[in-house]
Design a protein around this ligand. Structure first.
Ligand SMILES: Nc1nc2c(c(=O)[nH]1)N[C@H]1C(S)=C(S)[C@@H](COP(=O)(O)OP(=O)(O)OC[C@H]3O[C@@H](n4cnc5c(=O)[nH]c(N)nc54)[C@H](O)[C@@H]3O)O[C@H]1N2
Ligand SMILES: Nc1nc2c(c(=O)[nH]1)N[C@H]1C(S)=C(S)[C@@H](COP(=O)(O)OP(=O)(O)OC[C@H]3O[C@@H](n4cnc5c(=O)[nH]c(N)nc54)[C@H](O)[C@@H]3O)O[C@H]1N2
Ligand SMILES: [Mo]
Length: 765
């Protein structure tokens, strides 16, 4: 019998050797497997697990709110489970009774492990709902701007994500693939919930073999895995200007598809007025766009003509909207695609994130999967996810969001399970100040991450290899019986069992468990889902058989997908979910909000930080912090596969050889990146596929500040800007960031990111 487990980066089979050693292997049917996480059970990774409940010393000695300034530096005291659960439950109870459930933040954003039941974020939300409610988050770091703007202008992000025109259709129909931000294969290793068959590299390969032209606009040239693709360097955060320049050409040269715009869109004329000069008389022509983006006007003009004369798929990376005014590139992309009139045609239109994850462009069936119900939250309050430091720093403060004015809650307790804010948030030195606000921080974690180190109570959680679960993901073609392969390390417990114990102490056990243990839940969720699938005419085996066979492969459900084909065929019967039912190139709704930083149609607005406005003599570079190739965010940073990519134990910062030479930096040198927000060290790597003026430091290096706050390991979030994309969406702007780079740094310190915290014995009174 084959044993399976699943992770966001792939389905794995497990071999157990005679000596008990586990060997993980990619599922043999995967056409493009990767090796991420195959080494996750190795000693180096297991050594940094949380093994016992631990409490921050000052908190244990002085109670809630004691020395919050020492979070991240205080030693920990390890204690037994019963005492830890009593402490955590009593504290939740104190806070909810004294300040109300609206003072508990349970956002818990993050990519906790794959598996439909042991999904930490679902578990903590269900638990906090049972315990009376909590302040939640909306949206994601991934798609902060897009999730808010897309429903106003065309369709919801989940719809767009699950309905991208599939790779087989692109291969057969597309003539020009015009990308902004590439199609990064490294990112498509991942899909939230797990991947059975990796489609993206085979998809791009098939298009290359078919001779399809690919053009890649952006600051980085190595994010489209096709040596034949043309690279058009473009300043970071200026793609909107290029798109507007293209739009201007399409109109000016009579290439805009008027019939499509009339039948399927609203507000084109309002947009046109802006393109032609609008209020300030500035025509958004290619010459204007060149001054902003650095892309030659003739190139922009030719791209517009080529796009109009061929079946063209426009693609944009999610990263573009993770930037100042990130709503605008999304809207401009949709507007240009509408002007080209190919939305809904096979191989034409737009894609938003081919390459951002494996799902985009998948032709696997769109099936439902098992879902743990989360219960009802008695607290209605929420924040847009990336506004966490703002909330903690200004309780009671007001802020605009999606046309409304909202108020930040006064948070006394944070409960986090399944995410790493000390990886994902911007401006970590600001977060450090904000994080001192709550009286108590409780974290369930598998590893001693920076978030665990910044908690007051840390409860050790199991990893997927230590528990049974069900693996499933939208359009990934599988259901996997994930198997427990090893016993829990140390005292680690499943999040579910931790919350069961807490709910018992908080008198809400029945609501939380409904009388089920994990095994009963898995059977129940699976059987419920089997019923749903049966009603759609899809038969799957019963739960016991499923556990025997391990993997259900839905390959027979594959079918080509063309995004918006039904809308194109009949826009009346298949109205979009926008107010007009059409594509909104001008949005009355957004216009009615009266926002200077997000008016009623796509516009170019200067980013908060960018290369276009550097004073003479200012040699700062634009820092891009993209997703890491060898891990998922901060997960598995300590694995051999991730460490092998570090230089001297530090993350690599890629920069153009000319920029390096100007600064006297050689390949492999340790350099310092700095700005007014912070500083970090990294190892320089010279790369002529990074345009001059730009540097790239991938995310994921565990935060490792020295006494002065300088990160020794290469975590870009000590440098990034913590601001909303605009008052519409308030998304993260991680890609809007200028830095100085200097080096080489003499006698650089060793990294200590993977050290355990300091443990001390409890002082007996
Ligand atoms: N500068 C910059 N910053 C960024 C980005 C960027 O582009 N640039 N990208 C942003 C994006 S798009 C994202 S999605 C975020 C990602 O940010 P996160 O999702 O917060 O990052 P992860 O490292 O995946 O954190 C997941 C954490 O959950 C823990 N975990 C896993 N499984 C379990 C479990 O079963 N139980 C419990 N209790 N814990 C578990 C892991 O050990 C890990 O610490 O980062 C954002 N930050
Ligand atoms: N291996 C791996 N894969 C992942 C993840 C991971 O951590 N590891 N994370 C997953 C998650 S949660 C997400 S949200 C997705 C994110 O998917 P994306 O947001 O698309 O990923 P990034 O790697 O941040 O950026 C993609 C490319 O855009 C480029 N870029 C950045 N700014 C600009 C710009 O202004 N203009 C242009 N034209 N290009 C720009 C970057 O240099 C990079 O090459 O990836 C997912 N896939
Ligand atoms: Mo993300």
């Amino acid at each position: 019998m084959t044993l399976f487990t699943s992770a966001h980066w792939g389905i794995r089979t497990a071999e157990i050797a005679a000596d008990g050693q586990i060997r993980l292997l990619p599922w043999p049917g995967d056409p493009d497997p990767n090796v991420i996480g195959l080494d996750q059970l190795e000693a180096g990774v297991q050594a940094i697990r949380v093994c016992r409940p631990a409490v921050r010393k000052s908190w244990l000695d002085g109670g809630p709110g004691s020395r919050p300034d020492l979070r991240g530096r205080d030693p920990f005291v390890e204690i037994g489970w019963d005492e830890a659960l009593d402490l955590a439950a009593a504290e939740i109870d104190r806070v909810r009774k004294t300040h109300g459930n609206g003072s508990i933040f349970g956002g818990s954003y993050g990519w906790s492990s794959a598996g439909r039941f042991h999904h930490a974020q679902s578990q903590v939300h269900r638990f906090l709902n049972a315990a009376g409610g909590y302040v939640r988050h909306e949206n994601s770091y991934s798609l902060g701007a897009a999730r808010v703007i897309l429903p106003h202008i065309i369709a919801s992000m989940p719809y767009v994500m699950a309905n991208h025109t599939s790779w087989d259709v692109l291969r057969d129909h597309t003539q020009l693939l015009l990308c902004f931000g590439g199609v990064p294969w490294k990112n498509a290793q991942i899909s939230a919930g797990g991947v059975l068959r990796h489609h993206v590299r085979p998809g791009i390969d098939a298009m290359r073999v078919a001779g399809i032209r690919m053009v890649n606009v952006g600051p980085v040239g190595d994010n489209l895995d096709n040596a034949a693709a043309a690279w058009v360097p473009c300043r970071p955060n200026t793609d909107t200007a290029v798109l507007l320049g293209m739009a201007h050409v399409l109109h000016d040269e009579g290439l805009a598809d008027r019939a499509f715009l009339d039948r399927y869109c609203t507000g084109y004329d309002r947009f046109l007025a802006y393109l032609n000069g609008g209020a300030d008389g500035t025509a958004r022509n290619p010459e204007w766009a060149e001054r902003i983006s650095g892309v030659p006007a003739d190139t922009i003009r030719q791209l517009a003509r080529d796009a109009a004369s061929h079946r063209t798929m426009l693609n944009m990376s999610w990263s573009l909207q993770r930037a100042s005014h990130g709503e605008q590139p999304v809207w401009a992309l949709v507007a240009v695609a509408a002007m080209l009139g190919q939305i809904g045609l096979p191989g034409g239109g737009f894609g938003f994130g081919y390459g951002a994850a494996n799902t985009l462009g998948s032709n696997e069936g769109l099936l439902v999967g098992p879902t743990l119900p989360q219960g009802r939250n008695a607290v209605s309050d929420f924040i847009p996810v990336a506004r966490i430091a703002d909330m903690l720093l200004s309780p009671g403060g007001s802020y605009p969001y999606d046309g409304k004015t909202r108020t930040y809650a006064d948070i006394r307790l944070i409960y986090w399970a399944g995410g790493n804010p000390w990886h994902h948030h911007q401006d970590l030195n600001r977060l450090e100040r904000a994080w001192q606000k709550p009286e108590t921080v409780i974290v369930n974690e598998q590893y001693w991450t920076a978030t665990a180190k910044h908690a007051d109570i840390v409860l050790p959680a199991t990893i997927p290899a230590e528990r049974d679960d069900i693996g499933y993901s939208t359009r990934e073609g599988h259901m996997v019986a994930m198997r427990q392969l090893v016993p829990p390390l140390g005292g680690a417990r499943d999040d579910y069992d931790i919350f069961t114990e807490l709910s018992r102490r908080l008198d809400c056990e029945e609501t939380f468990t409904e009388g089920n243990d994990s095994a009963a839940w898995l059977r129940k969720l699976y059987e419920q889902n089997r019923g749903v699938l049966a009603r759609q005419g899809i038969d799957i085996p019963d739960y016991d058989q499923f556990r025997e066979i391990g993997l259900i492969d839905f390959a027979d459900q594959k079918a080509p997908v063309v995004m918006f084909d039904a809308f194109r065929a009949d826009p009346e019967a298949n109205r979009l979910s926008t107010p007009s039912g059409r594509i909104e190139i001008f949005s009355e709704t957004i216009d009615s909000f009266g926002l200077a930083d997000c008016p009623g149609h796509p516009v170019w607005l200067e980013p908060d930080e960018w290369l276009g406005r550097l004073p003479a003599g200012d040699d700062r570079l634009h820092l891009l912090s993209d997703q890491p190739e060898r891990k998922l965010h901060s997960q598995l940073d300590a694995s051999a596969h991730s460490r092998d990519n570090k230089v001297g134990g530090r993350e690599q910062v890629h920069l153009n050889p000319a920029d390096a030479a100007e600064r006297g930096i050689a390949d492999g040198d340790v350099v310092e990146l700095s700005n007014d927000r912070g500083a970090c060290l990294a190892a320089a790597r010279l790369n002529d596929r990074i345009m001059p003026g730009v540097a790239r430091l991938s995310t994921g290096a565990w935060h490792d500040p020295d006494e002065s706050g300088r990160d020794r390991h290469g975590n870009p979030n000590v440098l990034t800007l913590d601001k909303g994309t605009s008052s519409l969406a308030q998304g993260s702007v991680a890609q809007t960031c200028l830095v100085r780079i200097t080096g080489p740094v003499n006698a650089p310190p060793c990294t200590t990111a993977f050290n355990l915290p300091h443990f001390v014995a409890r002082e007996e009174n």
